[in-house]
Design a protein around this ligand. Structure first.
Ligand SMILES: C[S@@+](CC[C@H](N)C(=O)[O-])C[C@H]1O[C@@H](n2cnc3c(N)ncnc32)[C@H](O)[C@@H]1O
Length: 253
């Protein structure tokens, strides 16, 4: 499958999603002053994923409406947002005009950003390239644009929740698809996602000069309720098994 046709399908999906949903959630998310992770809104202050980001050059791959980059800008980082969907970037620009928080946005595929080599301290993806782009394309691109010693941080669905999911139903308590050969996953009503097994992630990261520092498996808090929009997993499921995970890897110096 040519990556361009997957990218075009995902761009069409995100153009439609933007039309239906994204504006309200962009306003809510841009208004937050604290970084929050994942569908259960776990605090950065508690998880301590990023540490001090002040003064860092950051690129967000698949930035969508760019609220994560806006949070980083509020903390003194210099973000650049990359996304392939013009409608998503239009929303980000509207939010910039409304809030006065400005940073560059680049319309590009996350596997071919066109950004200069070794120009960032941190590459971030929050459900952007981390699930919508083939990791065998975007991880090398992340390595290319990072400076030596720079960090790659990405949030994705856990491999386990994908293995326990079938079609659009919430994840169940049994395996619904094979792990071997998972990689490219088409959803009936949606786009094309990319998921690897943990061993494949480690091999891919190491092959691109990264050392894995942490893998955080996120647990839903005891009082969390199933999210009305991200209903592919119930809060009860995510209290028992990790539905989301954050990878932190560092490029060798
Ligand atoms: C869940 S959203 C991004 C998350 C962002 N944190 C947000 O919620 O607004 C996924 C984004 O990935 C972008 N995307 C999908 N395929 C892409 C590609 N090949 N290159 C760059 N961005 C891509 C979509 O356009 C969409 O804006």
């Amino acid at each position: 499958m040519d990556w361009r046709s997957d990218a075009a399908r995902n761009r069409a999906l995100w153009t439609e999603t933007n039309r239906e949903h994204t504006n309200d959630s962009a306003e809510t998310n841009w208004a937050l002053d604290e970084i929050s992770w994942g569908i259960w809104g776990l605090d950065e202050a508690h998880l301590n994923v990023l540490g001090d980001v002040a003064g860092l050059d950051v690129v967000e791959l698949g930035c969508g409406t760019a609220y994560f980059s806006a949070w980083l800008a509020k903390l003194g980082a210099r973000p650049v947002g990359v996304d392939i969907t013009p409608a998503q970037l239009d929303t980000a620009r509207r939010m910039m005009a409304a809030t006065g928080i400005e940073f560059p946005l680049v319309e590009a595929d996350a596997g071919e950003t066109g950004l200069p080599d070794a120009s960032f301290d941190l590459v971030l993806s929050e459900y952007g390239a981390s699930i919508w782009v083939d990791p065998y394309r975007w991880v090398p691109e992340a390595a290319r644009v990072l400076r030596p010693g720079g960090r790659l941080v990405f949030l994705r669905n856990s491999t386990l929740v994908i293995l326990c999911s079938r079609d659009e139903e919430p994840a169940g308590e049994q395996l619904e698809r094979p792990q071997f050969g998972l990689h490219r996953t088409e959803w009936p009503e949606g786009g094309v996602e990319f998921h690897l097994a943990h061993g494949e992630w480690i091999d891919l990261l190491r092959a691109n000069g990264f050392e894995v520092e942490r893998l955080l498996e996120l647990q839903a808090p005891h009082d969390a309720e199933t999210h009305p929009y991200y209903a592919y997993v119930t809060a009860d499921w995510a209290r028992q098994w990790p539905a989301e995970e954050i990878w932190i890897a560092r490029k060798g110096s």
